[in-house]
Design a protein around this ligand. Structure first.
Ligand SMILES: Nc1ncnc2c1ncn2[C@@H]1O[C@H](COP(=O)(O)OP(=O)(O)OP(=O)(O)O)[C@@H](O)[C@H]1O
Ligand SMILES: [Mg+2]
Length: 380
């Protein structure tokens, strides 16, 4: 009997039916927990383009830590996240106020710490004390604390300084803590060159990339099998190729083909070539709405002009030709090239060549060129 709930999860942050191709980074993390304080896997930075699976990986880390009875605190690095972190720590720890109050003297702070707004200059110490107090309790039970920070590229400097300082001290004191922060590749230029934050630079780097196609094939097939569905050979190859190994696209393609098969499951439980074609086409339009559109919205007008110039080529573009199409000097164009590489929208192939780093962005740009050009003009 075929299932009726679609197992694929083409939604940001939703754990997929199978977490494909992340065995080695998960092993690094598990080893970190295993090997105790000071192990490299306990301080990690995860980077990768949109939709590559950073949030899902953090969730998996959390699951692993919880299975070892660790406490897990997940935060997103929007403004004021250290305050939220502090609030959560104090809410979960009744021993906290007693431990911490004598060690800090803050004029005018009479409310309980959980409600007080802590000023940036004492936040590092306050946070360190709060996490330390929580660890006192956890370590008695042979447990530890995992803190994950998602969207780290969006953090404010005060917050990052506070958390980095606090964690640095706790690691130095051999406390049972693990700290993982994840974000777009731009966190490298944004945070890692900051002198106060050299500590973060020492975090074990894990760059998430595309999933090898053979693993995608196995995962698609397995997930279908579990629903009582199968793939015709050619249909499976089409589906696998269409994903280009991009995790978000794997979910989209799986989801949309599954949906079509589920509709005709009384007739046939096998995905035909036609199902694959239609499913891929549905997946692509969703990819445009959910990835390409928002990605482009976050870029400047000149960034987009650069991309439009690239989209005129069917394959890699020469940076000289792009500058010419933009009517600018190579130096000028290179500023934008660097930014777009950092944002992992394009990739450097060497020899003066660049190519798109996001699947199907070229096609999207071509299809929407007129609209994008109009909107960049109004942006200037
Ligand atoms: N290893 C994986 N195998 C299969 N699917 C995955 C994998 N990682 C992520 N996905 C799927 O890809 C999509 C995007 O995942 P996620 O939201 O974690 O990406 P992200 O890197 O956090 O993106 P963003 O930068 O936009 O926050 C989700 O639908 C998720 O189910
Ligand atoms: Mg995410």
């Amino acid at each position: 009997m075929a299932a009726t709930t679609n197992p694929f999860k083409p939604t940001a942050g939703r754990t997929p039916p199978l977490l494909i191709g992340r065995e080695s980074v998960i092993e690094d993390f598990e080893e970190g927990l295993e090997n105790g304080p000071g192990a490299p896997g306990r301080l990690m930075r995860v980077t990768g383009a949109r939709g590559v699976g950073k949030t899902v990986l953090l969730t998996e880390f959390g699951r692993i830590a919880k299975a070892r009875k660790w406490e897990v605190i997940d935060e997103t690095a929007s403004a004021g996240f250290t305050q939220r972190l502090l609030d959560r720590l104090t809410a979960s720890s009744s021993t906290f106020s007693a431990t911490i109050k004598p060690t800090i003297t803050i004029p005018g702070l009479s409310a309980s710490l959980g409600e007080a707004r802590i000023s940036p200059n004492i936040m590092p110490l306050t946070l360190r004390e709060a996490i330390g107090a929580r660890l006192d309790v956890l370590e008695k039970k042979k447990a530890g604390l995992l803190i994950t920070i998602d969207e780290a590229q969006a953090a404010e400097r005060d917050d990052i300084v506070a958390i980095a300082t606090a964690v640095q001290h706790l690691i130095r004191e051999d406390r049972n803590i693990a700290f993982v922060f994840a974000g777009l590749p731009s966190i490298a230029s944004k945070w890692l060159n900051d002198e106060v934050l050299t500590f973060l630079r020492r975090a074990q780097p894990e760059q998430l990339g595309d999933i090898p196609l053979y693993a995608v094939r196995d995962a698609l097939e397995d997930t279908f099998t579990q629903s009582g569905f199968t793939f015709e050979d050619k249909a499976l190859s089409m589906a696998v190729d269409a994903t280009e190994g991009y995790p978000f696209m794997i979910q989209l393609v799986g989801y949309h083909i599954w949906r079509l098969v589920n509709r005709h499951r009384d007739r046939s439980t096998s995905a035909s070539e036609q199902d694959a074609r239609d499913g891929i086409s549905d997946a692509l339009s969703r990819l445009g709405d959910t990835v390409h559109g928002p990605e482009l919205d976050g870029l400047s007008a000149v960034d987009k002009t650069y991309l439009l110039a690239m989209a005129q080529d069917d394959g890699p573009s020469s940076t000289g030709a792009i500058a010419e199409r933009m009517g600018k000097t190579i130096n000028y164009a290179n500023t934008y090239r660097t930014r777009l590489i950092e944002a992992q929208v394009i990739k450097d192939l060497g020899y003066g060549l660049v190519d798109f780093a996001i699947p199907y962005l070229r096609e999207y740009l071509r299809e929407h060129a007129a609209f994008i050009r109009l909107s960049t003009e109004s942006q200037r």
